[in-house]
Design a protein around this ligand. Structure first.
Ligand code: AQP
Length: 336
């Protein structure tokens, strides 16, 4: 068995404002993991253009997502932070993986079905092969672990399938079989308006999500308006069954306060939602407020952010080039 260096890769699309979902499902866990793993964090702009992005908005969002990562505590001196399009190996390995992955595998991807909706025929080919690019992002660095929200679990299973098929097709153990790291009490943060839909940057309803750029009043207003139901808060986890909106708010509270869902149920059980929502708004502001402030400050320092991304890209290229060269060799591409 090949021994791989323990390495993390993960990314965020610059397809809008960072949300509480991105923070709790991914970025916050990265901050903890960067202390124990060699870490590579990527602003995945190639993924973002699988749906139309205005070029000027995309440029801004790329800087803003990088600023959000740094403001949340990702240390550019300890980790590699870069934007995907500055390292050509991602697109190149994705092509090779397009030739490894099977149509049947991609046809099962729920994210494509959700995003393409009824307009499947009009969706971009990029959106369809998005998971192949994601597999390439990870395998380009032979990463062993990927911290993500629960929504990305299926794509990581596909990454494992692609790595396994590549290894078996070419009689090698070149690619590691990656392990997902899905951590915390809020693994899938749901929309504040609909507890059955994921909180998402691109949801047309602003009130469905909390953005890392929201100010105190906006956060309080969104939480006040968050959908609940007419029953009291349950005092046990079992009482959350069939109440997705309530479960979501309790999970967010637990994650933000570093407590368990059971503990939060115990504290607020039997009460109605008004005091709970008030406390949740205060808690959210106290955790997110300093991040928002720092993010704003960093967004004004475009030269600094661009420099971080440039240096990160150079480091990423140095790591990725020998991997890609070996892939060329394994596949049989003539190298002069
Ligand atoms: N609601 C969520 N709960 C938990 N984790 C989440 N993540 C995203 N939304 C939630 C995690 O954040 C990381 C980056 O996600 P992404 O930006 O690359 O893509 P996404 O999952 O498609 O996120 P969005 O916000 O829904 O973007 P759009 O609207 O553009 O599609 C991933 O680790 C993801 O699991």
């Amino acid at each position: 068995m090949t021994e791989f260096k323990q390495r993390i890769f993960s990314g965020v699309q610059p397809s809008g404002n960072l949300t509480l979902g991105n923070y709790l499902g991914a970025i916050r866990n990265w901050v903890t993991l960067q202390k124990t793993y060699e870490s590579i964090f990527c602003v995945v702009d190639l993924h973002a253009i699988t749906v139309w992005q205005d070029p000027a908005v995309l440029r801004n969002a790329t800087r803003e997502v990088a600023a959000g990562m740094i403001a949340s505590g990702i240390d550019p001196k300890e980790c590699i932070i870069f934007n995907q399009s500055q390292v050509p190996g991602h697109a190149e390995l994705a092509w090779i993986f397009n030739c490894v992955a099977r149509m049947g595998w991609l046809n099962r991807m729920t994210q494509f079905k959700e995003k393409a909706g009824k307009n499947r025929e009009r969706a971009s080919v990029g959106l369809y092969v998005y998971p192949d690019l994601m597999a390439a992002d990870i395998m380009l660095y032979q990463a062993t672990h990927v911290p993500v929200g629960e929504d990305q679990k299926q794509h990581l299973e596909l990454t494992r399938d692609i790595a396994q098929k590549f290894n078996s097709d070419y009689g090698t153990e070149f690619f590691p079989i990656v392990e997902p790291l899905i951590l915390g009490e809020a693994k899938r943060v749901m929309s504040l308006r609909d507890g059955t839909a994921k909180m998402s940057k691109s949801d047309p309803s602003e009130n469905s999500r909390i953005n890392l750029t929201d100010d105190r009043d906006t956060i309080a207003k969104k939480i006040r308006k968050a959908r609940t139901d007419s029953e009291a808060i349950p005092s046990e986890i079992a009482g959350l069954e069939g109440r997705p909106e309530v479960k979501n708010l309790i999970s967010i509270f637990a994650a933000l306060s570093d407590r368990t869902v059971a503990e939060v149920c115990q504290q607020y059980g039997g009460q109605d939602f008004a005091p709970f929502k008030k406390d949740l708004a205060e808690l959210s502001v106290s955790v997110l407020g300093p991040i928002t402030e720092e993010m704003k400050r960093l967004c004004d320092e475009k030269t600094y952010i661009d420099q971080v991304l440039k240096e990160g890209s150079e480091k990423a290229r140095i790591l990725s080039e020998p991997v890609l060269k070996q892939v060329h060799n394994i596949v049989g591409f003539l190298q002069s």
